[in-house]
Design a binder for this molecule. Structure first.
Ligand code: HEC
Length: 167
């Protein structure tokens, strides 16, 4: 975007907000009428958010940590055995299919809005997702076919040597 366009847009945004920008006007706030992905269906919108949100990187084994072929969609989000080690312990991206199966859509929205757990789960980004996108992600994960898989390994305490692979 050219600088003049940006200035024009900012001016328009200020006008629309009554020249009193508030938190509600920021991109990514968690409101029912916040910014949202527009797609042919909620499921398509959810798939897109999962893809660009990088959820597979940590919640699907061999998605990001290999340079080769990525697992098919039928294997997505079943939880990862690839450990993330740091001062926080070793954590594993949980099986989100099981999380969705154990939560109503409203509970999922609540979880994504208030979630806090071990790194490197990017909670600040996920909490900032708008409510319609959180609901779309839920519907997408719920629509995934096949066996939901097993729970990811529980976190290991600090100092424990995790089995490979771990980063
Ligand atoms: C950089 C790695 C990483 C990325 C990217 C990531 N996660 Fe996570 N996520 C984790 C880890 C690790 C945990 C488990 C943390 C723990 O054990 O305390 C987790 C936990 C969760 C949980 C809690 C599940 C439960 O049952 O308690 C949810 C929900 C979740 N992630 C959703 C998402 C979504 C949605 C995305 C994409 C927008 C995403 N995550 C992207 C690493 C990641």
């Amino acid at each position: 975007m050219r600088r003049t366009d940006l200035v024009a847009c900012l001016g328009m945004a200020a006008l629309l907000a009554g020249c009193q920008p508030t938190m509600e006007t920021q991109v990514g706030t968690d409101t029912a009428d916040g910014p949202r992905v527009v797609a042919a269906s909620d499921i398509e919108a959810g798939r897109y958010v999962v893809l660009v949100g990088g959820c597979n990187d940590c919640h699907t084994p061999q998605y990001a940590m290999t340079g080769g072929a990525r697992p098919p969609e039928s294997e997505w989000l079943k939880g990862s055995t690839e450990g993330h080690t740091g001062p926080w312990e070793t954590s594993y991206g949980k099986n989100l299919r099981l999380t969705v199966a154990g939560h109503s859509e409203d509970e999922w929205v609540q979880l994504l809005s208030t979630g806090a757990s071990l790194p490197p789960m990017p909670w600040p980004s996920v909490r900032a997702m708008s409510e319609p996108d959180k609901r779309a992600v839920y519907r997408y994960i719920k629509s995934l076919p096949g066996d939901p898989g097993q729970p990811a390994p529980p976190p290991l305490p600090p100092g424990a040597t995790p089995p490979a692979p771990a980063v």
